[in-house]
Design a protein around this ligand. Structure first.
Ligand code: FES
Ligand code: FES
Length: 151
């Protein structure tokens, strides 16, 4: 079944079985491998994308439920908050193995887009669904605060 999706501002038509999770459409059909597979059951956040600006777990979101939505992945993430997050991630050297980091950056960017001066509690709440096996949590919190100062 052909479905047309709006991904990173571009229309993409994919042939995938009804109900196929967006994650597999991104990775297998469109070869956009920046969005990662971790748990497959909405528990780790590795597969986070934005759907109309909201952090969304691509591993449990059927691609054919997104007809009219704007999907943003790490490959297309742009804007003031995204730039501040990415620059600060590099400055502070947040990533360790890097596996979870595209999901972390998508979640952090969504937070700063809605709240330019997040408290520790705001950050902890916004980032609570994104697991990092390398435990970069303290660096992530510091980077989000530092990025907020650039907005
Ligand atoms: S792979 Fe989607 S939340 Fe873990
Ligand atoms: S940096 Fe390794 S899992 Fe997060």
């Amino acid at each position: 079944m052909a479905t047309t999706l709006n991904i990173n501002g571009k229309k993409e038509t994919v042939e995938a079985a009804p109900g196929t999770p967006l994650l597999w459409v991104l990775r297998d059909h469109l070869k956009m491998t920046g969005t990662k597979f971790g748990c497959g059951i909405a528990q780790c956040g590795a597969c986070t994308v934005h759907v109309d600006g909201t952090p969304t777990r691509a591993c449990i979101t059927p691609h054919d439920s997104l007809d009219n939505a704007k999907i943003t992945t790490i490959e297309g993430l742009a804007g003031t908050a995204a730039d501040a997050i990415r620059d600060t991630w590099v400055e502070i050297d947040v990533p360790q193995c890097g596996y979870c980091q595209s999901g972390q950056i998508l979640a952090a960017t969504a937070l700063l887009s809605q709240n330019a001066a997040p408290t520790d509690a705001d950050i902890d709440e916004a980032m609570s669904g994104n697991i990092c096996r390398c435990a970069t949590y303290m660096s992530i919190r510091r980077a989000i605060k530092q990025a907020a100062g650039k907005l």
